[in-house]
Design a protein around this ligand. Structure first.
Ligand SMILES: Cc1cc2nc3c(=O)[nH]c(=O)nc-3n(C[C@H](O)[C@H](O)[C@H](O)COP(=O)(O)OP(=O)(O)OC[C@H]3O[C@@H](n4cnc5c(N)ncnc54)[C@H](O)[C@@H]3O)c2cc1C
Length: 415
């Protein structure tokens, strides 16, 4: 009997985790094909180190070998359209039939939505953006050493769906400039449209960020909604204008690719069943990670969604009945170079936003300690190790051991 064919679009966190979990759970009971326009997996969370010296190649994993190792067909191509009625996906001129399709094509940026943003601000989206930022930071240090003042302005505009990395960059920049001995000549201002700092992660993250801003002499403003960016100033809807020499932003999000014929929101994110990740109205298609409509875009959440989609597909194929589904608990470590903040945040979807679950006090944990930097370093080694070997990240005994370790650490270093 023909084995069911699962086609996975995207070779990022969501796509690779889905592919490896399916192989791990179903062994040879399924035929797997992964399509990605890039030949590499990119470990995006650690691109924050590029402006401070890390070379981007260190964050790439070539996809071919780990996929071959797990007998997963790899097609390096761009998927352009899906015909759900014919169960076919179009990939660089060829069509592929699927029994199940998993879309994990990630997000893209829409800086043009804010007048002047694209022209005048540094973005932190791609490794190339991060290299440009590195060069600009070099200029800042040189200018400050000549005895001149420099004003650096950070900006989170509405519709950015993952503000955490911009907070990491501001704290890392502060630490880096102190180490270069030029911090006192550099003014740093942070503005966000959010009602509180890192709003999606609730009041405890806001407290940590406010405390760190004060300790580091960074001026922070919430509810500053950008209206326009000019070459030397940012204008806000509340009537304020803030001048800058260097402007750093994380632009508004949109879907990486808009699939016509599938239900999507106004930004192209695919509408899903929150638990199973099935696309609304199309039970054989799943969407996971940044490509889907879950409002917080994060690698850890992409893993959880991939696990749920893979489990659901496996249940269909094996006829099993046990299914946990996607429960959004975000976990992240925010780097600051001199210390780090750990956050475990149980979320509840209150469309169109996600909020901290009010009934999950024991699960909601935040802590600041230099020891969390070791956790970040460990994940930066462990995850590429798993993917290089063709193994899922979030499954099996190794993950259970890590989970125990995290529990122990967060018991001691977070509250
Ligand atoms: C600077 C930065 C720091 C971050 N830090 C963190 C962090 O600390 N913790 C955290 O949890 N999250 C973090 N994130 C967010 C995290 O990186 C994303 O949420 C995660 O990458 C989403 O995974 P994904 O698989 O959905 O998409 P991606 O990782 O973006 O992968 C998408 C894949 O799809 C492929 N693709 C795209 N279009 C097509 C197409 N049409 N056809 C075929 N293939 C296609 C791409 O080549 C890629 O392989 C950070 C993001 C950035 C930018």
């Amino acid at each position: 009997m023909a084995r069911p064919h699962v086609v996975i679009l995207g070779g990022g966190f969501g796509g690779l985790e889905t592919a490896f979990v399916l192989r791990y759970r179903l062994r040879d009971r399924v035929q797997l094909t992964l399509v990605s326009e890039s030949p590499y997996f990119l470990f995006k969370p650690n691109t924050i180190y590029i402006p401070f010296g890390l070379e981007p190649e260190r964050l790439q994993i070539a996809l071919r070998r780990p996929l071959e190792r797990r007998n997963i067909t790899f097609i390096q191509a761009r998927a352009s359209a899906v015909d759900p009625e014919k169960q076919t996906v179009f990939v660089d001129g060829q069509s592929l039939r699927y029994d199940f399709l998993v879309i994990a094509t990630g997000a893209g940026m829409r800086p043009g939505e804010v007048p002047g943003l694209q022209e005048h601000a540094h973005s932190i989206w791609t490794p190339s953006d991060m290299l440009r930022l590195r060069s600009s930071i070099g200029d800042i240090v040189r200018t400050a050493r000549e005895g001149k003042r420099v004003q650096v302005l950070f900006l989170v505009p509405p519709n950015n769906k993952c503000s955490g990395p911009l907070y990491e960059i501001v704290f890392m920049l502060d630490t880096y400039l102190r180490r270069q001995g030029v911090r006192e000549r550099i003014g740093i201002v942070y503005t966000t449209y959010e009602n509180s700092f890192i709003q999606a992660f609730g009041p405890r993250l806001h407290e940590v960020v406010s405390r760190e801003f004060e300790r580091r002499n960074i001026t922070g403003y919430t509810q500053y909604v950008v209206q326009e960016v000019t070459p030397k100033s940012v204008f806000y809807a509340n009537g304020n204008e803030i001048p800058y020499d260097v402007l750093i932003t994380f632009p508004p999000y949109e879907a990486g690719i808009r699939f016509t014929g599938l239900p999507v929101d106004e930004r192209g994110f695919i509408l899903t069943d929150p638990r199973t990740r099935q696309v609304q109205g199309y039970p054989a298609i799943y969407a996971v990670g940044d490509a889907s409509d879950f409002p917080v875009k994060q690698a850890f959440l992409a893993f959880l969604q991939a696990d749920a989609a893979a489990e659901h597909i496996a249940m269909h194929i094996t006829g099993g009945e046990e299914f946990r589904g996607f429960e959004p608990v975000s976990m992240c470590i925010m780097e600051m170079l001199d210390t780090a903040t750990f956050a475990q945040v149980p979320l509840v979807l209150e469309s169109p936003v996600a909020q901290v679950r009010s009934d999950a006090d024991g699960l909601y944990k935040v802590g600041v300690s230099p020891l969390w930097r070791l956790g970040k370093k460990f994940l930066g080694l462990y995850l590429p190790f798993r993917f290089r070997a063709g193994n899922p990240f979030h499954v099996g005994l190794p993950w259970r051991i890590i989970e125990k370790g995290m529990k122990l650490m967060s018991g001691l270093l977070a509250r």
